[in-house]
Design a protein around this ligand. Sequence first.
Ligand SMILES: [Zn+2]
Length: 248
Amino acid sequence: MLLLKAPRFLFISIPFCTFVFSHTIFDVLQSIPITLIRKKVKNARIVVKNSTTVELIVPHRYSELHVDNLVESKRDWILRALEKVKSRENAVQLQENERFIRGKIFIIHERFIDTPFIDYEHARLYGRSEHFVGNKFITLLKKEAKVFLPKRLRELADEFGFRINKISIRSQSTRWGSCSSDKNISLNWKLLLVPPFVCDYVLLHELVHTEHLNHSEHFWKRLSEVCPYVTQSHQWQKQFGRAVLQLH
Ligand SMILES: [Zn+2]
């Protein structure tokens, strides 16, 4: 691999009071900018911070040959990680009058009304502009989720013959939903933001847990009988799931 090395510079990392040597390596073949950081660490690690920042943190004793070999051996991994980050960065680039709901762009139509509302059929939002920013918008989405998600869950339960007990809507940053042994299902309001096939997948996933409280073979078999989008949903979740879950 051909590496161009920029001049080294030295800075002091205050929290640990250790001297850190750093320089940027450009993998010319792939144009990946990699910042090399020598630190008091045991093992080398690669951190993909965003689509233009990759850090390679290595112990002080690591030779340049070691560094080159490591980058070479991890090149595919780095490229895949960069692709993922890029698609996440590109995923939601909205104009000021646009919002992302059910995996689609909705346009804000300003109306001087006190209660904003969402027109799903035409992908429009009606209300005052302040209804669609910050906490007000989150409150609106949570309120919508409390109506929309239980309704959809009941429709799917009826369609496929699942019995459910209570439904609750929560705000979580690590999971989309859960199901208890009493057949109580809780769902994350952020399901209102994802494409309909992903939302249905999560709802069906929790419904199948009313029959199988685990991820056994039987569980996945039953889920594939009722949901045709298992693979696509997993792919979507891998690519965008974390970014959406971390909204709050
Ligand atoms: Zn599960």
